[in-house]
Design a binder for this molecule. Sequence first.
Ligand code: NAP
Ligand code: GLV
Length: 320
Amino acid sequence: MDILLTGRWADDEERDTWLAALQGAVQAVLPGARWWLDRGEAQPAWPADIEVAVVANPPPGRLQGLPRLRLIQSLWAGVDRLLADATLPAEVPIARMVDPTMNAAMAETVLWAVLTLLRGFHHYAAQQRAGLWRQLPQRRADELAVTVLGCGQMGATAARRLAAMGYRVRAWRATTGAPVDGIEVHAGAEALWPLLAGSDIVVNLLPLTPATRALIDARFLAALPPGAALVNLARGAHVVEADLLAALDTGRLGHAVLDVFATEPLPAGHPFWAHPGVTLLPHAAALTDPRSAATVVAANLRALVEGAEIVHRVDRRRGY
Ligand code: NAP
Ligand code: GLV
């Protein structure tokens, strides 16, 4: 089988690490696999035999001219940028990255963010910078209502771990589905507003789709109790940044923990960098781990070869 690896990488070293991890894992299930590496130069004519493209958000147009393509396997969990490529071959199935290692990493970031907000550790960090010694009131986890937007791979994992830490957790999803142990799950657009009204912290783990783009706007933020906090670990375009800044500036929103932004890297001079109401990460809430992700890719390639069902297939109509 001929496999193309294409995408955008921080540098050549990152790309080569991915290639080595993928080759190693795929070798174990498909010893004859041949890899073709897109080095980002002007689009070459790839061999017509390429059947699989393993992709990390390649620039638009990179998957054209592959007549035997049978699977597009994303190394990213979120496929919003991939689906935005109007030249993507229409009939080829897309599988996204679902990796328990990444779910666990995301849950750790959620636990850190929510604990920081519960105990005011962000305030203590600011106090340290100011040389200030002052104890703040100490709240209990069960005094805090945390709403997790999205109850899929990441949302459900994070919600379970939050519940185990004693928070009052509710999750929100698109469709009514299986309940998640010990967690209230609410479904559908109408269910959102009452949830927001009772939320001390909202954690966003939704996919970016036409239905969720710009969801977190002035109306959304005004529906939260005064002083509530937002943790956005999903996509920057879920948030209307001007509305978020306005809510932080007036103190209507107590704090925001932000990992993702409309423009990444966050431009120098952006108000979020120095805002006292913002704790900021460089899109690092849950990095894809090449070691575990490569085995996920290998399992899907084996399924393809054996005629079994591809897992974690993207529904292009829904956008996730
Ligand atoms: P997932 O398994 O597809 O789960 C998505 C969840 O969102 C599902 O529960 C889905 O509802 C719900 N949802 C979708 N559209 C909705 C809508 N209109 N209203 C209400 N709920 C809606 O996705 P995942 O693997 O958990 O990943 C979530 C997102 O995290 C990714 O798309 C990506 O953007 C982001 N991410 C960020 C990082 C980072 O480092 N910051 C890393 C990885 C992923 P149903 O269950 O009813 O379908
Ligand atoms: C990271 O944001 C991903 O979608 O994998």
